[in-house]
Design a protein around this ligand. Structure first.
Ligand code: OXD
Ligand code: MN
Length: 597
């Protein structure tokens, strides 16, 4: 085994212990250099782990297929391992740490025989920023190394910043035999450690992302007084060149990545509006010296869903993935380019589907269902710096000030296009009870409502009742806290058609949100909160009459009364741990609706 010289004693001895368990043939330190990256790519090409794509049409791009049973995050196999069960809360799977280590050790044991163990020192957030956290991932997958090189800041600079005794999250990953029965995604917040075994899917194995930046970070954030959120961050620049920032949490399939890369409609572009993409998935937020809330995106790349991404829905994403991208589980065309459903252009006459089988348009399976060329959760990994709307990184070292927070969901009839909460406390209630309808792209029954507080249900590393308490506490420390809004781009009319055009036109609503935070416009008070007056929305270049607008804001009291009961049922899961403030908000909402005395 190669001797790796590392100054950090604890890091050295941890690597030694993990290597003794996993027994790799070789150990390689990832230094972040292009030379080493190219060498690893060549190795992975020869081994068939990844395929080199057409260098002329997709320069620097590669292609990867996961195992058939390994195409999404496995929430059922994801655990929070704390000494006390109650610290994981009622919404997380829990396992005792000693049992979890024992179970996983049995799978890790010898799992890297005849493989190489790669040591990836990575920084979430710019190296040296006061927001940033360092992790070290040990893995036997070159695919993981290549993805981590895009998604995080990897290499010598990070190791230097860690110094001889700095704190780091210990992240261990092995593909092992990719057997779903021997797959575990384990988080040990009290040990600042993550063990992931038996998977090769991004969300389970790029340990800097969901595992560190949300589950472990949310635990650290509560302890240290900051916030780790499943949120996009975008900046809106007006004609005077002033940029104001919004962060937003949306459950899956609500167009979060599209919103973060929004392209203004022509009429607003002409007025000088620009949108800046600061982050598409995760926000780390701290209270600044002036009492403002400041946010960074801890990631340096995108890991986005491909089906449905095209030049109309997200031109910035399409521009981002033209070079140096990794495509996972899409259709491979004979010219070694790629295709996916609802992407650009017609399907190719033939190709190889995400499972490696020959594919042609119109192909049906044994049950007569169309066979997809790309998996519905097929992904791109691409550097943030390639996004045309990404601002230059350096100025985000100390975070951007957040003026407003938005929560969102997909509700075909219930929720209005937008409403503003009545206070921070009410906003926390809105976030804690938010819900979205499942789409065909998700597991579960279509149309079914899934409650997903702050879009953090699968990502909160501790008891969510304490997480709500943390939100309430943070609001009291800010002066003033950002205002909290709820948006629903997905309301449909009686014919089942979306009423609001969405996409770039959502900027009109974001502008109203910013106007509200600046006290520039009045609003209409409803039982839900404040909603916009039609005349306060900039409709330049859009034919959207007031009659149609009003349909977006109709409050059906009977439906809302049912919703209120469903919210209460969900909150009851937290039992006595639920902060009293949220029960107060529940009762106040009932009173405003007239369903409670
Ligand atoms: C993601 C997710 O992959 O939220 O970002 O599942
Ligand atoms: Mn996400």
């Amino acid at each position: 085994m190669q001797e790796i010289s590392l100054q950090h004693k604890k890091l050295r001895s941890w690597i030694k212990r993990m290597a003794c368990m996993c027994r790799p043939d070789n150990i390689v330190l990832i230094d972040g250099s292009d030379r080493q990256k190219r060498k690893l790519e060549e190795e992975a090409f020869s081994a068939g782990e990844i395929i080199k794509l057409n260098e002329k049409k997709l320069p620097g791009c590669s292609y990867h297929r996961t195992a058939l049973n390994d195409v999404a995050r496995t929430e059922g196999l994801t655990y929070i391992c704390t000494e006390r069960k109650k610290d994981a809360g009622p919404t997380n799977n829990w396992m005792r740490p000693d049992l979890a280590y024992r179970k996983a050790s049995a799978i890790f044991k010898g799992s890297m025989e005849s493989r190489t163990m790669y040591i990836i020192p990575f920084s979430m957030g710019p190296v040296g920023s006061p927001f940033s956290k360092i992790g070290v991932e040990l893995t036997d997958s070159i695919y993981v190394v290549l993805n981590m090189l895009i998604m995080t800041r990897v290499g010598t600079k990070t190791l230097k910043s860690l110094g001889p005794g700095g704190t780091f999250t210990k992240c261990l990953h092995s593909k092992a035999d990719l057997d779903i029965k021997r797959r575990l995604i384990l988080h040990f917040p009290e040990d600042n450690a993550i063990w992931s075994v038996g998977s090769g899917y991004g969300g389970n194995v790029l340990l800097g992302k969901k595992c560190l930046s949300l589950r472990i970070a949310s635990f650290l954030a509560k302890k240290e007084g900051w916030m780790a959120e499943h949120m996009l961050i975008l900046g809106i620049e007006n004609s005077r060149g002033a940029i104001r920032y919004i962060s937003g949490a949306f459950p899956s399939a609500c167009g979060k990545t599209n919103l973060s890369m929004l392209v203004p409609p022509e009429a607003l572009k002409k007025k000088g509006y620009k949108v800046w993409t600061v982050g598409d998935d995760i926000a780390w937020m701290q209270i600044g010296k002036n009492g403002d809330l400041r946010a960074i995106n801890p990631e340096s790349g995108f890991f986005g869903v491909l089906p449905g991404t095209n030049s109309k829905s997200n031109p910035n994403a399409m521009a981002t993935i033209r070079k140096n991208a990794i495509y996972t589980n899409v259709l491979l065309k004979p010219d070694r380019t790629v295709w996916w459903e609802d992407g650009d252009g017609p399907p190719p006459a033939s190709g190889t589907d995400w499972t490696g089988k020959p594919w042609r348009p119109g192909l049906m399976d044994a049950d007569g269902k169309p066979v997809k060329g790309a998996h519905p959760n097929s992904r791109f990994t691409a550097p943030f710096s390639q996004c045309p709307s990404a601002p230059s990184g350096s100025k985000h070292h100390s975070g951007v000030p957040i003026s407003a927070i938005i929560f969102g969901g997909r509700r075909t009839s219930l929720a209005p296009l937008v409403y503003e909460s009545l206070s921070w406390q009410h906003g926390v209630y809105v976030g804690a009870t938010m819900a979205s309808e499942r789409t065909a792209a998700q597991y579960g029954k279509q149309g079914e409502i899934r409650r997903d507080p702050m879009a953090m249900l699968p990502f909160c590393g501790y008891d969510m009742a304490d997480y709500f308490r943390h939100w309430l506490k943070m609001g009291k420390k800010m002066s003033p806290p950002p205002r909290i809004f709820f948006v629903n781009w997905f309301r449909k009319d009686k014919a089942g058609k979306f009423i609001w055009p969405g996409f770039g036109d959502n900027l009109r609503i974001l502008n109203w949100i910013l106007d509200r935070t600046e006290g520039k416009v009045d609003a209409i008070k409803t039982p839900l909160g404040y909603v916009p007056r039609y005349r306060d929305i900039d409709m330049a270049g859009l034919d959207f009459p007031e009659r149609k607008w009003n349909k977006l804001f109709f409050v059906n009291k009977a439906e809302w009364s049912e919703e209120l009961q469903a919210q209460k049922k969900f909150l009851d899961r937290f039992g006595k741990g639920l902060p009293g403030e949220l029960l107060k908000e529940y009762r106040a909402f009932g009173k405003r609706l007239g369903t409670h005395k």
